[in-house]
Design a protein around this ligand. Structure first.
Ligand code: FA5
Length: 339
């Protein structure tokens, strides 16, 4: 029996089978235990020798069990450590790193250019009211130009700003001239999207108000910006255009040659001299707040441009919808240094 038991112990492949062997031989009703129970039936003179013999068998089995158990535990631990082993000589996995979005980078470049020209950067709210987005900008509710800016209206009667121009009004109401500001931010239009139109995009608004500010100042400022963005030999073109809050109004374009040798005029934004009705509306709002009227007789210019259009132009991006589709393959191309 001892022989048999020791063999079974050596052959037990895991702790569970070892427990079964233990139960079979030395458990409460195991073979060895039962053998001990038969001692009482032996004649007294044989009991001692038989008892010693059975106990020796039991001790041998116990020792073998203990040893096998320790060996099995060690093997299990070794297997686990092996499965968790790390090859420290393998090359590491590079984690992808994030970075500012291309449009944020262009807005930052624009802000740097204008900060260098002495402008203050201010931001406005994306939720506006029609007084600031339209009325004070000389766009009354019945004005056909309101159709130009198809609007997302909120249930409370407010709206998502359709351009950054309402900040012209807000800033002038709170500040006295002279002033020079740029306003970067998101704007929203309820329109069908296509390769050059998104329903959410960005604008950078500019506003300068002072004494005898002229159209020549406006042209010089836009040209300076275009050269800062596209290089010192960039040509800029102004064409008459209509905005209710400017008189006169214009659109400006740059002559752009891309690396493939293609070139054309590309419209970047609108601009013009601030319409006297805007100054009047601002003074009305100031007066309603108990502030003095300070804008009558002042002159100023304003402009608004789209950084998405700049990015498409500069980097040959064929479709505006790439910017906000969040495709890492597109975004990752504009992580590193930009040309
Ligand atoms: C305006 O929004 C005027 N507020 C700009 C302005 C400011 C004029 C101050 C005069 C004085 P407009 O709707 O043309 O104008 O938009 C200005 C620029 O925003 C466009 O030239 C274009 O670059 C960009 N833009 C307009 N609509 C979209 C659109 N759906 N998706 C992407 N960019 C757009």
């Amino acid at each position: 029996m001892q022989e048999e038991a020791l063999q079974a112990i050596q052959a037990a492949p895991d702790l569970e089978s070892l427990q079964a062997v233990k139960t079979r031989y030395v458990g409460k009703s195991g073979l060895v235990t039962r053998e001990l129970g038969t001692l009482g039936k032996l004649p007294p003179e044989e009991r001692k020798a038989r008892g010693a013999e059975i106990n020796a068998v039991r001790a041998a089995i116990d020792a073998a069990l203990t040893e096998r158990e320790a060996a099995l535990k060690r093997a299990a631990l070794d297997a686990r450590l092996a499965s968790e082993a790390i090859d420290v000589t393998l090359p590491g996995l590079g984690l992808p790193s994030g970075g500012p979005h291309l449009i944020s980078r262009i807005l930052t470049d624009l802000q740097d250019i204008y900060a260098g020209l002495g402008y203050t950067v201010v931001e406005g709210n994306e939720v506006e009211d029609d007084q600031h987005n339209f009325d004070a900008l000389n766009i009354p509710w019945f004005h056909p130009a309101r159709d130009l800016w198809d609007t997302f209206w909120l249930e409370d009667g407010r709206l998502l700003r359709t351009h950054t121009s309402p900040m012209q009004v807000r800033y002038m109401v709170d500040h006295t001239p002279p002033l020079k500001i740029v306003v970067p931010g998101k704007v929203y239009r309820y329109e069908a999207t296509d390769a050059t139109h998104e329903s959410m995009f960005h604008q950078l608004e500019g506003l300068v108000v002072g004494e005898r500010v002229s159209m020549a100042d406006l042209k010089g400022t836009i040209a300076e910006m275009a050269r800062g963005l596209f290089g010192p030999r960039t040509q800029v073109r102004f064409q008459p255009s209509y905005y209710p809050f400017t008189e006169p109004g214009a659109d400006f374009s740059v002559w752009w040659e891309n690396p493939r040798g293609e070139s054309k005029w590309l419209e970047l934004g609108g601009c013009g001299m601030v319409h006297p009705n805007v100054f009047r509306a601002v003074d009305d709002l100031r007066e309603a707040q108990g502030q003095p009227r300070v804008y009558e007789g002042k002159t100023g210019f304003a402009f608004g441009l789209g950084p998405e259009r700049i990015a498409m132009l500069k980097y040959g991006i064929p479709d505006i919808r790439y910017f906000y589709a969040n495709d890492p393959k597109v975004l990752a191309q504009f992580r590193g240094p930009l040309g």
